[in-house]
Design a protein around this ligand. Structure first.
Ligand SMILES: *Cc1c(COP(=O)(O)O)cnc(C)c1O
Length: 429
């Protein structure tokens, strides 16, 4: 008697409903994306059942004959895509990659300079996040709220005064390139290593459209592989540093912060990187064009998009102050009721505000671009969003309009083959 089949099928039903919801929604979360059919296929392979601790050809378990060849290929594709001599595709997420770097390059009590949370920094760079748990002394760079960038002169002063062992760049609200080349001499003067957290922008870097951190002075880049890089939920570290430093980073990854490294997602990452070598430049350019267009259009329709002074954005992300429409929580929930999915976000004016009730929203254009939105579609979307936010249309009517609009975009682009990324595929019969 199968007593719990009902529960299992309930979970499946929720997954089906979730797929349908996203199939009928416009996805604007800046940290998400959809995979290609070939990458999706990799997730369902036997790679996902196996262990392969260590590095290719130096494993601890048997059974890795094809795994080794696959991992070699993934590394080779990563080196080509990032034009880098060192690639470690084992971290299982961006935070896991960050922890590998932290374990490899720092010891407790050492000092690190990092972006501030109110300037868009990630929780892994916080006192209550991975950096804090490593026992590091964290110093934040000053941030320029008008341009939404790190204040370069202030950062130079901070680095010279505090003499950190490591300097970290990269945020979760990452609108403009980080000032690494501007600070290169400063890093050399204090003799620190430079770490660039590219979680959000690594797809734009792969497409050669944001900045080139390894050439500008970064030793290592860490990243998530599912934000602007449209792959599986996984992580990666890319390096252009001396052998000794790289060895430390690799030991930080294994045995530092993982044992097995999720071989099915790593295979999917390899497929995604091959697709990015073929389509990445066109994809990255279109993401940025769409972000700019969306920012300009929303701004002209009355939304308080930030960093106007700096052209709003040079990445996939834009942020807006929506206090006059009831604040981030209200706006995000209202849009969600109409099937437009984005998140509320702290913005610089929020200093000590509760993160559950911030003044802003964050929007990313990487997923809508991936499913074929052009600049005209983005303008249509901006119009619809403002009608909803300003209560110029009923929520019921708006939801229908969103569903109708979305039905034009049900195929994943910039990849091999064709598929509806939101389709539910049944295996269980
Ligand atoms: C998203 C993000 C990460 C890591 O995210 P994971 O969910 O662990 O992949 C790390 N750093 C920054 C700046 C991020 O935005």
């Amino acid at each position: 008697m199968e007593k719990f089949l009902k529960d299992a099928l309930e979970i499946r039903e929720l997954a089906k409903q979730h797929n349908k919801l996203f199939g009928e929604s416009i996805p604007l979360i800046a940290s998400e994306n959809v995979m290609s059919p070939l990458a999706m296929e990799m997730l369902l392979t036997d790679f996902g059942h196996r262990y392969a601790e260590g590095l290719p050809h130096q494993r601890y378990y048997q059974g890795n004959f094809f795994v080794d060849q696959m991992e070699d290929k993934v590394i080779e594709l990563g080196k080509k895509l990032f034009n880098a001599p060192q690639v470690d595709p084992r971290p299982v997420s961006g935070t896991n990659a960050n922890m590998g770097v932290i374990f490899g390059l720092t010891k407790p009590m050492e000092r690190i300079c990092a972006p501030d949370l109110s300037g868009g920094g990630h929780i892994s760079a916080a006192r209550f996040g991975a950096l804090g748990f490593r026992g590091l002394d964290i110093v934040n760079y000053p941030y320029d709220e008008d341009t939404m960038t790190i204040d370069v002169d202030g950062a130079r002063k901070t680095i010279l005064e505090t003499k950190p062992n490591l300097c970290l760049f990269g945020q979760s609200v990452f609108l403009f390139p980080a000032p690494i080349k501007e600070l290169k001499d400063t890093f050399q003067e204090v003799g620190c290593k430079v770490w660039y957290d590219a979680a959000h922008v690594i797809g734009l870097i792969a497409g050669k459209k944001f900045q080139d951190p390894l050439r500008e002075g970064a030793d290592v880049i860490s990243g998530s592989t599912h934000k602007t890089l449209p792959g599986p939920q996984h992580g990666i570290i890319v390096g252009n540093t001396d052998e000794k430093t790289w060895k430390k980073v690799q030991k930080g990854v294994f045995p530092g912060v993982l044992s097995n490294h999720h071989l099915n997602t790593m295979a999917a990452l390899g497929v995604t990187m091959a697709e990015m070598l073929d389509y990445g430049e066109a994809y990255a350019q279109e993401i940025i064009n769409n972000a700019r267009t969306l920012a300009e259009e929303l701004y002209s329709l009355g939304m308080g998009v930030l960093a106007e002074k700096n052209g709003f954005t040079r990445s996939h992300t834009l942020v807006a102050d929506v206090r006059k429409f009831g604040g981030g929580k209200e706006v995000a929930e209202k849009l969600e009721r109409c099937n437009i999915i984005l998140n509320k976000n702290l913005i610089p004016v929020d200093h000590n505000k509760n993160p559950q009730d911030p003044s802003g929203i964050r929007i990313g254009t990487q997923e809508i671009t991936r499913i074929g939105f052009s600049r005209n579609d983005v303008k249509e979307l901006a119009d619809l969003m403002m009608k909803i936010i300003q209560n110029r249309i009923s929520e019921e009517r708006a939801k229908d309009e969103v569903k109708t609009m979305k039905s034009r975009f049900n195929e994943v682009k910039y990849c091999y083959g064709k598929a509806d990324p939101y389709e539910y595929i049944e295996l269980f019969k």
